[in-house]
Design a protein around this ligand. Structure first.
Ligand code: C2E
Ligand code: MG
Ligand code: MG
Length: 682
């Protein structure tokens, strides 16, 4: 009753409302800042604690001060400036200490204790402020009301922080602000009820009523500015957070190198288009794109050139998209595109636009490349209803395009699934081919062109599949390389070839093909040494054939291995020269014992002057580097005479002998004659 009468009669009502406004808004902002402090660590946490203490302390102090100015004791009043200032500092310090304690642990008692500290601080501020308040009259204090005001402040503040930190979200915040505002109101009015003033006109007041009201408005203004500063910092932080989140989202959905959307965006886009297409009875095309021979750019020109190529392609693709179309970088040298359409002509036009963009030469530094790309297309609803199926079918079509040297765009057909399944099964069978004794070695003779003398035999692997019969090496070797089984198979070939050759009656040389994976994944030099010891084959009877790809993949390691192998007396030939990179750099980087000119040049040798020119150039190169050249794939005597004329030393091909089993190829006598391998090796 006393409280209400205070409010109605002794306080100036509109100033009381102003005080209430500051109190509620200040507490709201301070509590928002406390929540922000709770979610941060280290210096940021301290910064937010400081901000919340200043906003909270200052607004509580303003509330108190304005309410005091609204209080009319019916006697002249004055304020001690020092104590008034101290009361402000007490409010801020009390809040700071309380918030620090409340945030120091997630234990509910610690949180409530922090609130109690704030409540005690607020009470300390109130009574320091009252000490600064001088009334011309007889002032008496009633201890019971003082104790009650203290208790209410401490308990309600403790409940407020407990609610604020224990119940995240707006509801918790509303309840806690309500509790805290109640704490302040209860403290103020119970505290004021403890005060009774008997006016004694001992002197003039420092302020008249109008001056007091002006001061109240000024203080309220300052309070609101402090609160507004808190709000501003809160908003700036929220905006910065939003920007960070947006940046993170951008990073998560875009490829940083090309700036194109990434795989996740691509998937999302297709899902979106599928929904739209199903509602509007339209179609969606998904394009899988893989750049051709991109590895070459990386290997030969370096990764910077590779990155530039990807950026250029990315910019081109970005530049071509129209409404309803989408392009993305899926990863590595893979891109994707999609289009929603009704008429096939629209799709054909889009695909041709993409193809043109991919096939335009890329100019990087001083060189231009026009490798192009392989494109696979799958269409909803024909080729699949989900984004996964469509992407996987577009990929299957893309692989089909990749394996064809002429076409670059391939539309998905259901038979591609069967082909892929078939390849998977073949790969599984290949893994057990060694144990099931399905592999054999064939040997193809290599001869000196000048006198027809046998110079050696190339070892060629054959696979007789239990149901498919003979599977050509051009089919299973790449499969073994893809799946990694080439390491075990290559090891079997090397060991078996050495074993067989060691039993031959004539100590001919054997040339074994080595895959890049064998040099990359095992210590091949050590393995060769071991096999030579075990099989008793003379190292000089073994030649290893490697291709340029093997060297380029991991140059330093490969060259080191090859040097060690050569140091045992084993020779090394460079196979299929003229087809891949054909770089002089490869030839210079290692002292090859032989260059094998690829068989693809033989067919054209008679008719195509360019093929003759290449053969001549390779022969000249061999001569200048002092490396003998062997021509592969010689099928006609005309080819042989041309090679002889051009100064080629050795040849291999159907004309000189087809690959065959050891019994046919070498010496049937080998079975009866004593093995000479051992004596050779010795
Ligand atoms: P390559 O090393 O260039 O082997 C020569 C290929 O040319 C053999 O094919 C051989 O049969 C074929 N050839 C020989 N003379 C003629 C000819 O006059 N005309 C034509 N058109 N072809 C001829 P093959 O046996 O089918 O082997 C193909 C490829 O498979 C080999 O090419 C080699 O890269 C790989 N390969 C074969 N055996 C092995 C092996 O044991 N390990 C590894 N890593 N690769 C192997
Ligand atoms: Mg070979
Ligand atoms: Mg070859």
């Amino acid at each position: 009753m006393r409280v209400l009468s205070c409010l109605a009669t002794e306080h100036n009502l509109w100033l009381v409302l102003l005080a209430a406004g500051i109190c509620i808004s200040g507490c709201w902002v301070a509590f928002d800042l406390i929540q922000r402090a709770r979610d941060r660590e280290g210096l940021q946490k301290s910064g937010w604690i400081f901000m919340s203490s200043v906003a909270g302390g200052a607004s509580i102090w303003c509330t108190h001060f304005v309410a005091m100015l609204a209080y009319d004791p019916q006697a002249p009043v004055s304020f001690s400036p020092i104590l008034t200032l101290i009361s402000l500092l007490v409010a801020i310090a009390g809040c700071g200490a309380g918030v620090t304690v409340a945030l120091s642990s997630s234990d509910k008692f610690v949180r409530a204790t922090g609130g109690a500290v704030i409540g005690a601080g607020v009470a300390a501020m109130h009574y320091t402020g009252m000490a600064a308040y001088h009334v011309d009259g007889l002032v008496t204090w009633e201890p019971l009301h003082i104790a009650a005001s203290l208790l209410l402040s401490v308990l309600l503040s403790a409940a407020a922080t407990h609610k604020l930190l224990g119940e995240p979200g707006r509801r918790g915040q509303v309840l806690s602000v309500a509790l805290f505002v109640s704490a302040i109101v209860a403290l103020h009015f119970t505290g004021m009820a403890a005060l009774s003033v008997v006016p004694m006109a001992t002197g003039a007041s420092l302020f008249d009523q109008a001056a007091l009201q002006a001061m109240a408005v000024a203080v309220a203004g300052v309070g609101l500015i402090i609160v507004a500063t808190g709000v501003a910092s809160y908003l700036i932080d929220s905006f910065a957070n939003l920007q960070t989140v947006q940046r993170l989202e951008e990073l998560a959905l875009n490829d940083p190198l090309t700036g194109l959307p990434n795989r996740i965006s691509f998937n999302n886009q297709i899902i979106l288009k599928l929904t739209r297409a199903s509602q509007t009875n339209r179609k969606v095309a998904v394009l899988g794109i893989d750049l051709n021979r991109f590895k070459e750019i990386n290997d030969l020109r370096g990764h910077d050139a590779g990155d530039t190529a990807l950026r250029l392609i990315g910019a081109r693709l970005k530049g071509l998209v129209a409404d309803g179309e989408f392009v993305a970088r899926i990863g590595g040298d893979e891109f994707g595109a999609s289009k929603i359409y009704s008429d096939h002509a629209e799709l054909a036009e889009f695909v041709s636009r993409v193809e043109t963009a991919l096939f335009q030469p890329l100019v990087i530094d001083t060189f231009a490349i026009a490798n192009g790309a392989s494109i696979g297309v799958a269409i909803y609803p024909h080729d699949g209803h989900t984004h996964e199926r469509l992407i996987s079918n577009a990929d299957l079509a893309m692989y089909r395009a990749k394996s064809d040297s002429i076409i670059s765009v391939c539309y998905y057909e259901p038979t591609m699934d069967e082909i892929a399944r078939d390849r998977r099964n073949l790969a599984i069978d290949l893994r057990s081919a060694i144990e099931r004794n399905e592999l054999q070695l064939h040997y193809q003779v290599q001869k000196s062109i000048a006198d027809g003398e046998i110079s050696g035999y190339e070892v060629l692997l054959r696979w007789t599949h239990p149901t498919r019969g003979n599977v050509p090496p051009s089919e299973f070797i790449p499969l073994a390389e893809e799946t990694g089984s080439i390491v075990a198979i290559g090891d079997w070939v090397l060991r078996t070839a050495c074993e067989e050759a060691a039993r031959w009656s004539t100590p001919h040389k054997i040339a074994v093909n080595i895959s890049p994976a064998q040099l990359a994944h095992i210590d091949l030099a050590a393995r060769v040494f071991e096999i030579l010891l075990e099989t008793d084959l003379a190292p000089s009877r073994l030649e290893l054939e490697i291709t340029e790809t093997t060297i380029i993949q991991d140059k330093l390691r490969t060259l080191d291995q090859l040097r060690r192998i050569q140091s045992f007396g084993v020779t090394v030939a460079l196979d299929d020269f003229g087809t891949g990179y054909s770089s002089l750099d490869t030839l210079r980087s290692f002292p090859f014992d032989k260059i094998k000119l690829d068989r693809s040049f033989m067919g054209e040798l008679e008719n195509d002057p360019q093929a003759t020119a290449i053969v001549r150039a390779v022969l000249a190169l061999g001569k200048s580097l002092d490396i003998p050249v062997l021509a592969e794939g010689v099928e006609t005597s005309e080819q042989l005479s041309t090679l002889k004329l051009e100064g080629c030393k050795e040849a291999q091909g159907y004309l000189l002998g087809r690959p065959g089993a050891v019994g046919d190829t070498v010496h049937r006598a080998a079975a009866t004659a004593p093995a000479r391998g051992a004596s050779e090796a010795a």
